[in-house]
Write a protein of this length. Structure first.
Length: 210
């Protein structure tokens, strides 16, 4: 195998391993949120999450880009993305706190449905026949999970999950639009900073000492 071929193969394996690691970490986070949400408010959980992530992201930016990496010429786009991120995670965590974890994750996992639709509207990237079929199949799957005729459905939690699903799709679109000029690390940092600011403002009223 040629050197470019070996490099591509190595890159694919690295991508697969990082994807598996990300899935494990996100699943662990969701499990912790489900476990802790009965004792602590959602904003308190987000406060701890942002307190841990902000220093790591700042360090990553300084190492990779230097101080210049902490600046942007498009603050409005960052604020809009950060708002989408905040409300999306609040909706998702709220759904997790009220619904079985598997049900909430399954509904939010349907965000590619909204992502495909929004891509056509915002980015003019229209779905082909297979993608339309996938959208219809995914929508049927969401309806099956929510069970509209079931009496035991937590409609508030299910609604929050669907709303969060839509917001995560919008977040993906906004990230795509910004990625040409903004680093991933800076987008993550501004999102975490807004979460930190809002949760700190709410902390005096919602904080529960462990």
């Amino acid at each position: 195998m040629t050197e470019p071929g070996l490099t591509l193969k190595r890159t694919l394996w690295q991508g697969a391993l990082f994807t598996l690691l990300a899935c494990f970490l996100f699943s662990s986070q969701d499990t912790l949120v489900k476990w802790l949400s009965s004792d602590y408010t959602l904003l308190q959980l987000l406060l701890v999450r942002s307190l841990l992530s902000v220093p790591v992201l700042i360090l990553a930016i300084l190492v990779r880009f230097g101080r210049q990496g902490l600046t942007t010429t498009n603050p409005g786009a960052h604020i809009f993305r950060a708002l989408l991120n905040l409300v999306a995670f609040l909706s998702y965590y709220f759904a997790i706190s009220r619904m079985p974890l598997v049900d909430a994750i399954s509904i939010v996992s349907a965000s590619p449905l909204f992502l495909t639709l929004l891509s056509g509207i915002v980015l003019a990237e229209y779905p082909n026949g297979r993608q339309v079929l996938a959208i219809i199949t995914g929508f049927i799957g969401v309806i099956f999970i929510v069970q509209p005729s079931g009496s035991s459905v937590d409609w508030l939690g299910a609604g929050a999950a669907v709303f969060g699903c839509f917001l995560f799709a919008a977040l993906g679109i906004q990230t795509r639009r910004m990625s040409a000029s903004e680093s991933t690390e800076l987008m993550l940092l501004t999102g975490a900073l807004l979460v930190l600011a809002v949760s700190l403002l709410a902390a005096p009223f919602l904080w529960q000492t462990p």
